[in-house]
Design a protein around this ligand. Sequence first.
Ligand code: CP3
Length: 354
Amino acid sequence: MSANDRPTGQPTAPHDSAFLKACRREPVPHTPVWFMRQAGRSLPEYRKVREGIAMLDSCMRPELVTEITMQPVRRHDVDAAIYFSDIVVPLKAIGIDLDIKPGVGPVVEQPIRTRADLARLRDLTPEDVWYVTEAIGLLTAELGATPLIGFAGAPFTLASYLVEGGPSRNHEHTKALMYGDPELWADLLDRLADITAGFLKVQIEAGASAVQLFDSWVGALAPADYRRSVMPASRKVFEAVAGYGVPRIHFGVGTGELLGLMGEAGADVVGADWRIPLDEASRRIGPGKAVQGNLDPAVLFAPTEAVRAKTGEVLQAAEGLEGHIFNLGHGVLPDTDPDALTRLVEDVHTRTAR
Ligand code: CP3
C-alpha cells in the first residue's frame, strides 16, 4: 500500500500528512517515519540508474533526481521524501571547484583559508540551481500528499569541507581558523549562511514542505564555542526562511551537549543521534519543539527480532512527547538490507497506529 492510496480519512495534501502534523506537534494517526540518506546506495535500483553517472552530475538532471527521490518512497512507504542532492551542490553551483569522490566524500581543489579566498563565495541565485526548481516541480506532482523535505548543509559543516579541503576526523584547520582569526571565521560563516539560505529558499519556493539543515560535524564543538562561533550563522539561515512557515529541522551527529542550543538557533524540530535517549534529548531541547530520531543505523544489521527490540526502545523513550518523527540517528549505511528498512517502517506504523 502506498502513501497515496490508504483507504479512509487519508491526507489529500502534504499539509495534512502525519509527518507535517508531527513537525507541528499536532496529534498524528501514526508516528511518521523517514530515513536520512534513504535515497542512495542501499538500493539496487539506485545503483542501476546511477551507473556511469558521477554523483554531482546526477544532482543536475531533474528526471534522474525525481526518480532517485521517489525510489525509497515507493519501496518503503516512508512518510516523507527527501530531495536527492548533496550538501555541496550549492557550492559547486557558485563555481567552487569541488568533486564528490566515491568512498571519500566531497573534496575541494583549493581550500578556503584566507580573506582573499572569501571572494570566491558569491551569493547563489535561483538560476544557478535551475535543475532544483525543475526537479521539485516534477516531484511534487508525483508525490501527491507525501511531503518533500528540502535540505542544505549548515555553515559550520560546509566550512569544515571548504577549509579542510575534504572530509576530516579532527577538523584541525577549521578549528585553527575559528580560534585563530575569529573575524575571518565569522565572515566565512556569514557568507555560507547567505548561500545556504538562498538554496533553501529555492527549494521551498519550488514546493518543498519542510527543510532540514544538516550540521553533521558540529558535534566536534563544545557548547561555548557553538554559541559564540556557529549559532549566529545557523540562526541567520533559520530566520531567512522563517516567513515561509514550513517546519525547519536541525540535525547533527554527536550533539547531545548541543541540542538545546540547536533548538535555540531557530529549529522547529531537532534531530538526535542514538547516543542519547529521546526523552532526555527532548528535555535538553526544551518545550515547543518536536524531536526526530534516533535508531542507530548499525542496528539494522542485527536479526529482525533485535531490530524490533531496539525500535521498541526508541518508541518507548518517545512516548508522551509532543511531536516525534521516527528516523535513524544518522544516515542509512550503504550495505543496509533494504528489506530491513521496509520492515522497520511497517513496524513503527503498526505499533503506533492510534
Ligand atoms: O537520501 C537522502 O538523504 C538524500 C541525499 C543526500 C546525499 N547527501 C546524497 C549522497 C543527502 C541528504 C546528503 C547530505 C550530506 N552529504 C551530508 C549530511 C548528511 C550526513 O550524512 O551527515 C554530508 C555530510 C554530505 C557529504 C557527503 N556526500 C559524504 C560524506 C558523502 C559520502 C562519500 C562516500 O562515498 O562514502 C557524500 C556522497 C553522497 N551524497 C552519496 C550520496 C547518495 C554517495 C555517492 C554515490 O552514491 O556515488
